[in-house]
Design a binder for this molecule. Structure first.
Ligand SMILES: NC(=O)c1ccc[n+]([C@@H]2O[C@H](COP(=O)([O-])OP(=O)(O)OC[C@H]3O[C@@H](n4cnc5c(N)ncnc54)[C@H](OP(=O)(O)O)[C@@H]3O)[C@@H](O)[C@H]2O)c1
Length: 368
């Protein structure tokens, strides 16, 4: 065998071995450690913990120490939280590549939850924007618990009075994603023709309303059982994906907000006006190693060959956008659609339901 073939074979063997080692490493599951219990009382709280991977098996409610707000932090007594695909990925450890950042074998951070609403119980030194008793909503690390600490300058705002705690807790991740996808990535304008693929889910139900608030002409794509709900949110047109494929239709759009990832980029490009934009919000959970990461990677390649811009982004939670959304709620232009409510003890069931991919609006966890 010539030297160059020997070298090529060697490189190929090293590559195969490296990929195999990576797959085996990220596929390893450590057993769940025994439940730890802090003494019940003033200084403790109940919190959802995931000390091993798996939905529903990796979730337990434990009693742990109640946090104390440090400088610039606010302690919130949580009234409600809501679950998002990001928590499902983190807790299930699927696709397995997420474990490179989330922890090999077991999660490196056992708390979960981001979206929350509740009442400020205490504030740390230097906090001026909030005081005990304020009703707030926003994001806090480990929000699936009785208490969580939020950064005063972070994504936290006064809860609109025309919303319940549950409705407010549904907003942060999903509605900020919809807003940033349409406004910052899609550059939505009055009169834009916008198609929202996956209009009936967490992101989609807010996206329909936000696009309408910007004065766009909105088409929502959903299944038969959700057609009336999507129309009631203000969609001008609704495509029932069980009967019609929008990529085969005559209509053309300036912006496609794709929450589902079930169409090829070439097919999406066919129904985008010149200068239009496809905003990739999410992709299929299927695929044990890569899941939606495949679609994001593929968008980079496809972007070289199709005309519309393909934009993928990760939503950035921030106060200004949360307050913008609170303003829309106060004006009656934005509301939350809540599919199911689960008590904190049944968070595992909430995540299992969300993970099946057919929630109608948001799935909320209530905290007694
Ligand atoms: N990039 C970011 O920063 C970011 C932030 C948040 C979320 N995401 C991603 O965005 C995606 C959507 O999130 P989400 O919270 O809206 O999820 P979700 O609430 O779980 O979405 C469920 C909805 O998707 C609909 N759906 C399923 N298959 C469909 C299809 N073929 N065509 C149209 N609709 C379909 C379902 O309707 P039916 O039951 O009728 O099928 C259901 O109402 C996820 O992939 C998530 O990971 C990304």
């Amino acid at each position: 065998m010539k030297l160059r073939y020997k070298i090529l074979n060697g490189v190929a063997a090293v590559l195969v071995l490296s990929v195999t080692a990576l797959v085996l490493t990220v596929s390893h599951d450590s057993a769940c450690p025994p439940v730890t219990r802090a003494a019940a009382g003033e200084g403790s709280m109940r919190a959802v913990m995931h000390r091993c991977y798996g939905v529903p098996g990796g979730i337990r409610v434990e009693r742990i120490a109640k946090p104390v707000p440090s400088e610039g932090r606010v302690l919130v007594r949580i009234r409600a939280s809501s679950v998002n695909p990001v928590e499902w990925y983190g807790v299930s450890g699927q696709p397995k590549l997420v474990r490179l950042s989330g922890g090999i074998g077991k999660p490196s951070f056992a708390r979960t939850g981001v979206d929350m609403s509740g009442v400020v119980e205490a504030v740390g030194p230097g906090v001026t924007l909030f005081k005990p008793g304020d009703e707030v909503f926003g994001s806090a690390s480990g929000a699936l618990a009785e208490y969580a600490v939020a950064r005063e300058q972070g994504a936290i705002a006064i809860k609109p009075q025309n919303m319940t705690f549950e409705e407010a807790a549904a907003i942060p991740i999903a509605a900020i994603t919809a807003l940033q996808g349409l406004r910052d990535q899609g550059q939505i304008d009055k009169g834009s023709k916008v198609l929202i693929n996956g209009a009936s889910g967490g992101v989609g139900t807010y996206a329909v309303q936000i696009a309408k608030a910007f004065g766009a002409e909105v088409t929502g794509v959903c299944s038969t059982r959700n057609v009336e709900m999507v129309r009631s949110l203000g969609a001008d047109h609704v495509v029932d994906y069980t009967k019609e494929d929008f990529t085969a239709g005559e209509e053309r759009y300036d912006i496609i907000l794709d929450n589902v990832g079930n169409h090829g980029f070439a097919d999406l490009a066919d129904v985008v006006n010149p200068g239009g934009i496809v905003v990739i919000v999410g992709g299929s959970k299927k695929g044990p190693l890569l899941g939606p990461i495949k679609r994001i990677a593929w968008a980079k390649v496809a972007g070289l060959f199709v005309e519309p811009q393909l934009k993928f982004f990760i939503a950035q939670l921030n106060k200004a956008d949360l307050e913008f959304l609170a303003g829309l709620v106060r004006e009656g232009k934005l509301r939350s659609v809540i599919d199911r409510r689960y008590p904190l003890d049944e968070t595992a069931a909430a995540l299992e339901y969300l993970g099946a991919g057919h929630a109608r609006g948001k799935v909320v966890v209530t905290v007694e």
